[in-house]
Design a protein around this ligand. Sequence first.
Ligand code: SF4
Length: 65
Amino acid sequence: MQISVDYARCEGHGLCEDQAPDVFTLDDEGDLHYRFEGQDVPAEHAVAAGRGAASCPVAALKVVP
Ligand code: SF4
């Protein structure tokens, strides 16, 4: 699976990072960085990544099967 990130929608709440700190990180400016941009999420990170995507309150993260 992949995750599509709508960076314009992201408001920097950080809930995704709380759920999946190895996948999503916020920098000091509050900008989101997604580790697997444009590639499949490795199997060992898939559950956490899905949890992170589901936690986003503004639906900036979408799981693409
Ligand atoms: S939870 Fe959503 S709004 Fe918050 S940092 Fe993650 S992508 Fe952005």
